[in-house]
Design a protein around this ligand. Structure first.
Ligand code: KDG
Ligand code: MG
Length: 412
């Protein structure tokens, strides 16, 4: 099972995706997701210019050895670009191993630990009425757990709100397709943490009053708070029994979470921008979080995220893998196989891709009654339609950024 061909495919059906496609001497094809939202071409270059030639002639069955070789031989370790490139190779090799064995990847990882994966979707709105409609729409689509994001009075455009000004400027495009807005410069949004901290508890109170105590509710703070502000938010939301609060403080300062933890019992999730187990080492060891947000695509692939989650399991910390639309269907499938097999699965983020994306990536996972299942096709269960992919060339795109009222650039 020798790797004979390696191609990096960039396609932009609803948004940009970077996919590594490996082909072996015995005709197996393996796919890996290497998409880093807004910096896609950096990974393309990493793979095309520095990795592809190292893969040709290698034994595709040696997944761990290939991971260690790519990680250690580069000397320049970690970082989002390196780890997404390694992740793509790792995913593609697991895909090939599954196809060669005639088994879905989750069977190779130890088999199913549950019947399906509880998934959450994203509800949002400019006011409570619009937010409630969005929650109801998600419930009608089967979601049993829902993330709540709300506009803040006085602010015009906040990332994560489907109906904000940016959305209108995009003539109704789903916000999740265009947070990486196509164009030559990032869109500017505004922010005021004090208004936000005053407003969000009123939103959760209204949602609990409308939808009752049972439904698991989540919220993403998107790195915008200081430790003491984060502690205050966690405390003020305690009466509304959140499933988790995500990314309250900037992820690069793990010690901030000590202070947050001292003040609130609201469960904490962090790490969608983390790349390795070392980013998590302290916060897992000190039990500063409850959920690991890392995605297979950004955490060095199935092999490395599995190790990270096994470490987390020793501390009763669970998975909450990142699953926005900028994780391609290949990355989502990898997350589902891993999530089904590990013992400490918590919840899976799941935002549906658009029809164009689904036409490029033919998928065999199932979505029923609020639960995902990767399906039983050999490998990851995703096929890349090269003709369809070719119809959607790369388009430059940027995530937005934030400024405070006085013009200061802020975390977003
Ligand atoms: O690429 C960035 C987005 O995927 C991210 O901002 C979405 O925060 C996000 C989430 O929790 O899905
Ligand atoms: Mg997030």
């Amino acid at each position: 099972m020798i790797i004979e061909r390696a191609d990096v495919i960039v396609t932009s059906p609803d948004r940009n995706f970077v996919t590594l496609r490996l082909e072996t001497s015995d005709g197996h094809v393996g796919l890996g997701d290497a998409t880093v939202n807004g910096r896609e071409l950096a990974v393309v270059s990493y793979l095309r210019d520095h990795v592809v030639q190292l893969l040709i002639g290698r034994d595709a069955s040696r997944i761990e050895d290939t991971w260690q070789f790519l990680y250690r031989s580069a000397y320049w370790r970690r970082g989002p670009i390196t780890m997404a490139a390694i992740a793509a190779v790792d995913m593609a090799l697991w895909d090939i191993k599954g196809k060669a064995a005639g088994l879905p990847v989750y069977q190779l990882l130890g088999g199913a630990s549950r019947t399906g994966l509880l998934a959450y979707g994203h509800a949002s709105g400019r006011d409570n009425e619009e937010l409630f409609d969005s929650v109801r729409k998600h419930q009608a689509e089967g979601y049993k757990a829902i993330r709540i994001q709300a506009a803040v009075p006085g602010l015009t455009s906040i990332y994560g709100i489907a109906s904000n000004a940016t959305f209108e400027a995009n003539k109704g495009a789903r916000y999740d397709h265009e947070p990486a807005q196509r164009g030559a410069f990032p869109a500017e949004e505004d922010w005021d943490t004090r208004s936000y901290l005053r407003h969000i508890p009123t939103v959760f109170e209204a949602v609990r009053n409308e939808f009752g105590p049972e439904i698991p509710l989540l919220h993403d703070g998107h790195h915008r708070m200081t430790p003491i502000q984060a502690a205050s938010l966690g405390k003020s939301l305690e009466p509304f029994d959140l499933f988790w609060l995500e990314d309250l403080t900037p992820a690069e300062n793990p010690e901030a979470l000590r202070l947050v933890r001292q003040h609130t019992t609201t469960p904490l999730a962090i790490g969608e921008i983390f790349n390795t187990v070392w980013d998590y080492q302290q916060i897992i060891r000190e039990q500063l979080i409850d959920y690991v947000r890392g995605a297979v695509t950004h955490m060095g692939g199935i092999s490395h995220l599995k190790k990270t989650l096994e470490y987390a399991a020793q501390y009763q910390i669970k998975s909450g893998m990142h699953g926005p639309t900028d994780i391609s269907p290949v990355g989502m499938a990898a997350a589902m196989h891993l999530g089904l097999s590990i013992h400490n699965f918590g919840i899976q983020e799941y935002m549906k891709h658009g029809a164009a994306t689904d036409s490029v990536f033919e998928q065999s996972f199932t979505w029923a009654d609020g639960m995902l299942h990767p399906g039983d096709e050999p490998g990851l269960g995703v096929a890349l339609n090269l003709d369809e992919a070719g119809r959607y060339p790369y388009e430059q795109a940027y995530l937005p950024y934030n400024r405070l009222a006085d013009g200061t650039v802020h975390d977003w």
